[in-house]
Design a protein around this ligand. Sequence first.
Ligand code: AMP
Ligand code: MG
Length: 408
Amino acid sequence: MISVEEALEKVLSYVKVLDGIEAPILECLGQVLADDVYSSFDIPPRDNSAMDGYAVHSADVASASSSNPVYLDVVGEAKAGGTATMKVKSHTAVRIMTGAFIPDGADAVVKFEDTDETQQAGGPIKRIGILKTVEKGKNIRYAGEDIGKEQLVLKRGTILRPSEIGVLASLGIARAKVIRRPSVAILATGDELAEMGQPLTGGRIYNSNSYSAAAQVLRYGGIPRVLGIARDTREDLDAKISEALSSDMLLTTGGVSMGDYDLVKEILARRGEISFWKVRMKPGKPLAFGTIEGVPHLGLPGNPVSSMITFELFARPAILKMMGKPVTQKPTVEAISESYIKNTDGRRVFARAIVRKEGGKYYASTTGPQGSGILTSMSQANALAIVPEDIAAIKEGDIVKAIMLDGE
Ligand code: AMP
Ligand code: MG
């Protein structure tokens, strides 16, 4: 049995960063840029006002104060989107709105609050009293101060967050080249499984693994391809696995333990290459991994909790790598355990836990019954508390490391 780290290393050694594709920018959220992005113009395109106020010559108002205002003739008005051509000659001002281009001659903007505008009666303002001095350049946003023409704006490898999507839009770039999302085929196996909508006759259970796994694929940026249920026969498994091989990765659930009908690893051995089977962890020991006709195949255990935890630990990093992202762990915290968590056979235990912060400290308590079939234990948990292989138990009051499942 290999360790969690060795297993992860093997999985990652078989998955490759995918190629780039072009897509509308909004569809690229969370994806990695495949090309450098340069600007073809200045942003902003011209000097413009950062305030609503008056564009002035700063030297004209060098003596202005509220008790001794400087009066300027108002020669026009400039609004955002307008193409004002007026000039600000000495001892004149232009009434200006945020975003409007600075008229020639002006070198600063005095905001409304520093003028006598509100004290004037309605009607167009002909003369404005300036109540405060203004430094040269004040309240002006200069051409190219955000992005200069021909500047490298976003480097390849950048993960596109909402702010980067906005930057691309500001450059007028409607489509970006990004590392494509992996298509992940998901195949449930088991004679006992029924699909939602079918009656639960003869002790059948609904196939939940396909849906929890598909949701995990979506959450980490992949495209799930839910292939339904394969029955526990060589023929059905072979046929459905063949269907999956046009995807970038195949996930099966079930059929990898010691039972008579656990055929998945046999098929992996016959049609491909087994890299490992069995990892020193609990839950999730019977995890098979290898490649079938070059496609990485993770054979997740059938138990719903084991399936989800092995996905988190092995499929998530594989998806991140295929998407060109750094393969980072989810955040972990050191918490004070409020539960007794035992480790009976020297595997690494991932206990479903609720971690809360109180008075600057983290506390972890398990969600109750920890059977690997109890899917609600995952649903209640926000963390996996880890008991290392060489520790027989985490006792109440001990420090326990916990992986925060709701983190990125
Ligand atoms: P297996 O490894 O195939 O023997 O499955 C282990 C346990 O997980 C059995 O109790 C199965 O009924 C259950 N199981 C397997 N596949 C699924 C599935 N897709 N959805 C829910 N439970 C499953
Ligand atoms: Mg089975």
